[in-house]
Ligand binder design. Structure first.
Ligand SMILES: *Cc1c(COP(=O)(O)O)cnc(C)c1O
Length: 378
């Protein structure tokens, strides 16, 4: 089956008991057993729940993976991956990273004597230099957040595999519709399903997909043993949201390209970051590695912090809020919101300045979005 068909059908059959077309919300914590060891594959809902199973199988199919695991949040999924490590292990990651991931590495995992080194995202040679004998994970985000630089997954995976290191790719920004990291050599894909996969800003959730059976068994163990699972209703909402992923992503991209082209011409805009622009430093890699450029656009505004505040207050359709990937357009100020947990000096050195704004371009009418920007930037 092709992608759009899988998004609607993978992991889902009409309900055996009733014929219901949509997977029921199995709102139960436990399951009747017929006798010692006699059950239908489900014993307790932390370990497994049929609504969650449908979501896990659907997401695995969308990433061309064999195994999927759903979590209560993207960060709960990240914690399950990091729980594969032990004290003394080392992680190599990129420097332009989701703020919450950075906080998890530095303030939780770091306490267990697991150190993380950060490499300039697009500099392939630097990944190899950062590898130590105790490096166990190479953790990438591409496109990066919020500067939308790309990491060459295939090239980095080749380096990592020469050293027996597992490659994790946070694929939240592209969604499996535009990028399939497992096909490019990654071992584990992570999603905040809160974003494009659910797509309607009404659930917080996460997922892990892999083809590596050994990693899957360790991750499945961690999911049950640490317990960061989504409830059946959240799994059901996400399953409902993902059915329209393909059509949503196409519209997100079309609108994002229109917004990026508009901003490039605007006199109050210093710089636009969008991998779909030929001027973007990773445009060629984006064309090779992704089947589309996504719906995120960042730009540097010419002005002061007070001007930035005026812009976000005047925007009407773009709502000033954290998060991304919903049908509605959002604008966020990374320096004080998503990336506030990164010390200012480190932030500024990475180009994440106080006048940077990040747009999650929704699927409203593009003309209305451009008019909204026109009014606010004026
Ligand atoms: C939001 C996000 C996360 C964290 O996911 P939650 O669902 O908020 O826990 C991780 N990575 C990226 C790229 C994100 O945007």
């Amino acid at each position: 089956m092709k992608f759009s068909t899988r998004a609607i059908h993978a992991g889902q059959e009409p309900d055996a008991a009733t014929g219901a077309i949509m997977t029921p919300i199995f709102q139960t914590s436990t399951y009747a057993q017929t006798g010692l060891g006699g059950h239908k594959g489900y014993e307790y809902s932390r370990t497994g729940n049929p609504t969650r199973t449908a979501l896990e199988e659907c997401l695995a199919a969308l990433e061309n993976g064999s195994y999927g695991l759903a979590f209560a949040s993207g960060l709960a999924g990240e914690s399950a991956i990091l729980s594969m490590l032990k004290a003394g292990d080392h992680i190599v990651s990129c420097d332009d990273l989701y703020g919450g991931t950075y906080r998890l590495f530095e303030r939780i995992v770091g306490r267990y004597n697991i150190e993380t080194s950060y490499v300039t995202a697009s500099s392939i040679a630097d990944y190899e230099k950062a590898i130590r004998p105790n490096t166990k994970l190479l953790w990438l985000e591409t496109p990066t957040n919020p500067l939308l630089r790309l990491v060459d997954i295939r090239a980095v995976a080749e380096i990592a595999h020469r050293h027996q290191i597992l490659v994790v790719v946070d694929n939240t920004f592209s969604s499996p519709y535009f990028q399939k990291p497992l096909d490019l050599g990654a071992d584990i894909v992570l999603h905040s399903t809160t974003k494009y996969i659910n797509g309607h800003s009404d659930v917080v959730g996460g997922a892990i997909i892999t083809n590596n059976q050994e990693a899957y068994e360790a991750l499945k163990f961690n999911q049950n043993a640490a317990g960061g699972i989504p409830g059946p209703f959240d799994a059901w909402l996400t399953l409902r949201g993902v059915k329209t992923l393909a059509v949503r992503m196409r519209q997100h991209e079309e609108n994002a390209l229109a917004v990026a082209r508009y901003l490039v011409e605007h006199p109050r805009v210093e710089k636009v970051y969008y991998p779909g622009l030929p001027s973007h430093p990773d445009h060629e890699l984006a064309k090779r590695q992704m089947s589309g450029f996504g719906g995120m656009v960042s730009f540097q505004f010419k002005g002061t912090l007070a001007d930035v505040d005026r812009v976000v207050r005047r925007l009407k359709i773009f709502t000033f809020a954290e998060s991304l990937g919903g049908v509605e357009s959002l604008v966020c100020h990374p320096a004080t919101m998503t990336h506030a947990s990164i010390p200012q000096k480190i932030r500024e050195a990475r180009g994440l300045t106080d006048t940077l704004l990040r747009l999650s371009v929704g699927i409203e009418d593009a003309e209305d979005l451009l008019a909204d920007l026109e009014y606010a930037l004026a």
